[in-house]
Every structure is written in C-alpha cells, then in structure tokens.
Write a protein that binds this ligand. Structure first.
Ligand code: PEP
Ligand code: MN
Length: 362
C-alpha cells in the first residue's frame, strides 16, 4: 500500500528540550514507593527528562511479577510533583488509558506485544479520543514495519497528534547476541516513510544485557534518532523484572557522556541510512551463504558415507573438473571471474574432501 507522508508535532511541541538524545529513564517496573522515589530523585540530577516505570507488566510466563497496578500511579504523581520530571507508563488496554490519564501521567507508551494487535490498538484509540496526550509506539514483536505504521496511523485517525516511535528490537528465530534483534533496516524504513516522526531507541530491551547499551545507544545516535529510553534502577541486580538490562543512574550518566554526537551525520543527508540499508542486505546475504555452505557440507558427508559403504575412493578428479567447469560457466553469467570462482570452489572442495576423509576414518 502506498504510504502517505504524515505530519507530526516535534518533541519541543511536547514541552521537551530537543537536544539529542532526549532521555527517558527509570525502572522497568515500579516496585515500591521508596524504589520509585529513590531512582527519580537521582535521575532528577541527570539529563533525564522523562521518568519511565511500568505499572502493568506484560510478562511472557504467568506467575512472575505482573506490576503493582493502580497504586503505582500515585507514586508517579509524586515523582512529577517532587522532581519536575515528566512521567510515562505503558498502557495495554482502555482501562489502563483511563487510569493513567486520571492520575496525570504525562506521556503513554504502547508496548511491543500490543502494537501487533489492531483490535487492542483500536480499543486504546477509542479511550484516547478527545485527549491530546503524547503516545509513544514501540515496534511490534515481529520484524515487520507494517503493524508499526498501522498503529501510528490508527492513533492519528483517533485525533492523537503527538506521536513518537520506540525501537526496542524484534523477536528472531535465529540465535543472536541480543534479546531482541535490532533489525535496523525496519526503523530506517519507518523513518523513510515518516521523516517527521520522532524516533527513540530502547537499547535495554534490544540488548537484554547492560553491557551493550552504550554501543547500541551510539548506533542510534549515528542514525540520527531523537532520543533513548534506558531502563535505570538504583539496585539493578535486585530489580523485580529485567534485572540484567538495567543500569544505575551513575552508569546511565557514563553511557550518556560517552556518546559521540555527529550532528549532521558523516556525509550528505541520507548517507548513513543508505549505508545501513546496504549493510543489512550484506548481513542477510552472508547468512544465506553460510546456510547454503552448511547444507552443502551435509550433502558432502552423505556422499562420504555412501562412498565408504561402497568401498569407493574419495577423490574423483573427473567429477571435480566437471564441477569447476560448470561453476566457471555459471559464474560468468553473474559477472564473476574464473579466478574468483576457482579460489572459492577450491576452498569448498577441499573442505568437502576433509569432511569425507573424517567420515572414512570413523
Ligand atoms: C518495557 O518497556 O518494560 C516493556 C515491557 O517493553 P516492551 O513492550 O518493549 O517489551
Ligand atoms: Mn522492561
């Protein structure tokens, strides 16, 4: 479907200082009034502008901490009046919206598990009608841009103007070092379609681990994101949810002060985005190449087993000549030189022989 370019108020229309990065920090979950106030008072001294805390927590498994519920909203109200920080929490249904607005939460966010579901988004939009509260939309769990755009469009149709997107990574079937694979090309595509939409990165949920938060935050800055949402706790290891990915307010400061901000990007406009797109294509192709090489070696093992059972020798030079001739021929059709094909296929063939030799000797 052809995407219409939408207009969005800027973060300064939300009453924020737009010096990059605009920082949202605070615990994954509000746990106790003391915990919330302790963290908020420390963050008041930092460059954090928005205090986050989950009140209703979506958890993968039942029986884990599911949030303190409505009583936590009173604590957020206290944060607001005693620190001057703006507050934000996640809403996942209409009742959450009514309650959060009733207690004066400044900004709402829609979580990854909600963005995927147009029925719930509609229900939330219905509850938001007639308000002008800013809403941040996390990317959907599945690696697709369409549901993300869809949720944003539904909010606009409901009359919500102040909208931002939060990139928190995507679930992925293959193992990666991240809890949620960043798939940078998806937020880049969102930004291509909607250049005015403010964009935050949530490195905590991408990494699942506090070690790489600095690295991902830097990357987000290099891609010209407007802000960061970083889970921050006074005692991260004892947090009731997402303990591994939270940092202390001191560590948050260290991460923020080590960021290098390249204001206009390393080249002409769009250069960084285009490069990132191309690099992610290369990463996907490399992955495919490796899958194919792995499958080729499995077939080579089968050939080894077959030769062993039939008492046939491994190296059959005629066959190898045929492979090479055929591949050089096919390579030409793809603009690949004979020299390159010979190099690659010699290495592949050698590895096949090694595999077959191992099988012969077992
Ligand atoms: C969170 O921010 O704590 C959270 C649950 O987020 P997500 O929807 O990204 O999982
Ligand atoms: Mn969390």
């Amino acid at each position: 479907m052809e995407q219409q370019r939408l207009t969005f108020p800027t973060l300064s229309d939300w009453g924020l200082d737009t010096t990059r990065p605009v920082v949202i920090a605070g615990p994954c979950s509000a746990e106790t009034e003391e915990q919330v106030m302790n963290i908020a008072l420390q963050l008041k001294e930092s460059r954090t502008q928005i205090f986050r805390a989950g009140i209703w927590k979506p958890r993968t498994r039942p029986g884990t901490f599911e949030g303190v519920g409505v009583k936590g909203l009173k604590w957020l109200k206290r944060v607001k009046s005693e620190t001057g920080l703006k507050t934000t929490t996640e809403v996942a249904n209409a009742k959450h919206v009514y309650e959060a607005i009733k207690y004066g939460v400044d900004i709402l966010w829609i979580g990854a598990r909600t963005t995927v579901n147009p029925f719930i988004i509609e229900e939330i939009c219905e509850a938001l009608k007639g308000t002008d509260i800013p809403v941040m939309v996390k990317n959907p769990v599945n690696p697709e841009v369409e549901p993300w755009c869809g949720a944003i469009e539904r909010l606009q149709h409901a009359g919500i103007q102040k909208i931002a997107a939060i990139h928190r990574g995507f679930s992925s079937y293959s193992e990666t070092r991240f809890r949620n694979s960043p798939n940078w090309q998806i937020p880049i595509e969102l930004k291509r379609r909607q250049p005015d939409l403010p964009l935050f990165c949530d490195p905590s949920h991408i990494c699942g681990n506090r070690e790489w938060i600095g690295e991902i935050s830097q990357k987000a800055m290099d891609l010209n994101y407007d802000g960061l949402m970083i889970e921050t706790h006074h005692n991260p290891d004892h947090a009731w949810s997402d303990a591994k990915q939270q940092v202390t307010p001191d560590d948050l400061e260290k991460i923020l002060s080590s960021l290098i901000l390249r204001e206009s990007g390393p080249g002409p406009n769009g250069f960084a985005d285009e490069l990132e797109q191309l690099r992610s294509q290369i990463d996907r192709l490399d992955q495919e190449l490796l899958d194919i090489l792995g499958r080729r070696m499995e077939v080579a093992s089968e050939i080894g087993r077959c030769k062993k059972e039939n008492g046939v020798i491994i190296l059959q030079t005629q066959r190898w000549d045929q492979i090479l001739d055929r591949c050089m021929q096919l390579g030409k059709e793809h603009g690949l030189s004979d020299e390159f094909i010979q190099k690659i296929f010699r290495a592949i063939h050698q590895e096949s022989i090694n595999t077959q030799t191992r099988i012969m000797n077992t």
